[in-house]
Design a protein around this ligand. Structure first.
Ligand code: XMP
Length: 513
């Protein structure tokens, strides 16, 4: 890494990613790393500073997650936050004790020293506490920098060694001066320049990918979604025709999707793109299947068959590229860590098996979703790609309740296209997490001319959400609902009724099956 950067060792706090966010907002690059990353590895990558995050464990428990103690002897500034502070204190010979009561929420701290990490801050600060244990005795060489009525050492520091600890969380919005504290750490104490941006990210990653790949070739499964599209654009920038993309048309994509991918990546970017049109095979295997989990299994397995066959025809590959993001990499670190820490990892590539003999290239693994979108824009991807809503791997198959067949796919694609077109007109379109149509397995009565019809019903689903785990139904304006309904009923033959889903998750889910 040629650029200034800060390493954040992740002890599993729900706020670890926020620390990264707050630092990158100040134009300093940072990476979240495992809490037990070896000091030697860190030393070789020369971070300007190290942050030890908070975490749900207690340093007083046996086997709680610990960092490499050599970290504190490298001459690199370290900032411990909450659990990170307690770990620093304990490792360096201080004493940590259980607090009288667990302290959660806002607290006033009084500064006892307004130089170094608290430079330019007022003498009393409102901060956010969330801890059980606290430092009862600081390690030798440390001074108390702040305290509260219930927490005698709310902040500590060794100016000589540039080691600092905060009992509270500077990264959350409930600590209004938190940004200033982090700024003092990364600029004054660590000496970062603050000139990092997405253009730097591209330059550094392009160089790193070129160096790693050499004259070998890279395979990438393009799904048309944001992550794989941005990964493809970045890797293509680095190695051009040594990147080979495979796009599988599974027959349950949205209207025009396969052509869009071909036009953009094949034609506009000039990538080596291989489109495997396996619609017939997928639909054939889905014949007669109504159970949602079986649909998912069939689509997942068929994807692997088709992708592997196509890849074999394209050639030999040493590397497989994926658009994995940090939240996909580490979902959780167990409260009781150490060697037994369970780090769940999952692969976000439409279900490729783990035993494929590839080395992985995951250039987005340090980024957050909105940063990936920004990177995509910087790489020249159009808005319709970078602002795309999440779309499930099994596609329209889980939005066609009952059997999936060519006619149902056509009906739903046409209805869905109209939902997309109308919803995109909204000025707050980007506030919608997902919006789509669902084809219901019932016929309802209607009138057309003098006769009765029995035709299909479509439900409209639109939700707002932060992460897909919980969701509220999105309040689409009546005008939009009206336009969607009348366009679908008038323009899509075979649908005579449109309803709007107003359930939230939980207890409902976003998809209907
Ligand atoms: P639910 O319906 O569980 O969906 O509230 C949460 C999010 O996950 C997506 N989803 C899937 N994505 N394969 C995927 O890749 C699937 O089988 C699948 N099922 C649901 C859904 O679109 C939403 O974003």
């Amino acid at each position: 890494m040629t650029h200034d950067w800060i390493a954040i060792l992740d002890f599993g706090s729900q706020y670890s990613q926020l620390i990264a966010r707050r630092i990158r907002e100040q134009h300093v690059y940072c990476e979240l790393l495992r809490f037990d990353t070896a000091a030697a590895e860190l030393a070789s990558r020369k971070p300007r500073g190290i942050v030890l995050s908070g975490g749900p464990a207690s340093v007083l428990e046996d086997g709680s997650p610990a960092c490499d103690s050599a970290l504190f002897e490298m001459g690199i500034p370290v900032l411990g936050i909450c659990y990170g502070m307690q770990l620093m204190a304990k490792t360096l010979g201080g004493v940590v004790e259980p607090g009288d009561s667990r302290e959660f929420g806002g607290a006033e701290i009084g500064l006892e020293d307004a130089s170094s990490i608290f430079k330019t801050l007022p003498s009393a600060l409102h901060v956010w506490m969330s801890h059980g244990d606290q430092v009862a005795q600081m390690p030798a060489g440390f001074e108390k920098l702040a305290s509260t009525g219930t927490c005698p050492v709310a902040a500590m520091g060794s100016r000589e060694k540039n080691l600092f600890g905060l009992q509270f969380h500077p990264e959350v919005v409930h600590t209004p001066c938190g940004k200033d504290i982090l700024r003092n750490f990364i600029f004054d104490i660590c000496g970062c320049a603050g000139d990092w941006d997405m253009a730097h990210f591209i330059t550094e990653n392009v160089n790193a990918i070129r160096k790693r790949v050499g004259s070998d070739h890279v395979l990438l499964g393009l799904s048309g979604g944001v992550d794989s599209s941005v990964a493809a654009a970045l890797i293509h920038r680095a190695i051009g025709k040594q990147l080979h993309c495979v796009f599988v048309n599974n027959g349950v994509l949205r209207h025009g999707e396969a052509n869009q991918v071909r036009d953009l990546f094949g034609d506009a970017f000039g990538m080596d793109l291989h489109v495997a049109d396996a619609s017939d095979l997928f639909l054939d295997r889905l014949k007669g299947i109504t159970d949602p989990e079986q649909k998912r299994k069939i689509i997942g397995n068929t994807f692997i068959d088709v992708f592997s066959k196509e890849a074999k025809e394209v050639g030999e590959f040493k590397f497989l590229a994926q658009g994995t993001l940090y939240p996909d990499v580490i979902e959780s670190i167990s409260p009781i860590g150490g060697p037994s820490a369970t780090i769940k990892s999952h692969h976000n590539v439409g279900g490729l098996p783990d035993d494929l003999n590839f080395e992985l290239i995951e250039p987005l693994r340090e980024l957050f979703k909105d940063e990936v979108r920004e990177l995509g824009r910087e790489l020249g991807l159009p808005d319709y790609v970078v602002d795309r809503q999440p779309f499930p791997g099994p596609g329209l198959a889980v939005r066609i309740l009952g059997e999936v067949n060519a006619e149902n796919v056509r009906l739903l694609q046409q209805a869905d296209l109209r939902v997309q077109e109308e919803v995109r007109k909204l000025p707050n379109y980007k506030d919608i997490w997902q919006s789509f149509a669902v084809l219901l397995p019932i016929q309802s009565v209607g009138v057309m001319g003098d006769g009765r019809t029995y035709e299909n019903v479509v439900a409209i689903r639109a939700v707002q959400s932060l992460d897909g785990m919980t969701a509220d139904w999105f309040h689409l304006p009546y005008e939009t609902l009206e336009a969607i309904s009348s366009r679908i009923i008038n323009e899509v033959r075979g649908i005579n009724r449109v309803v709007f889903d107003i359930s939230s998750k939980p207890p409902s889910t976003i998809e209907w099956e």
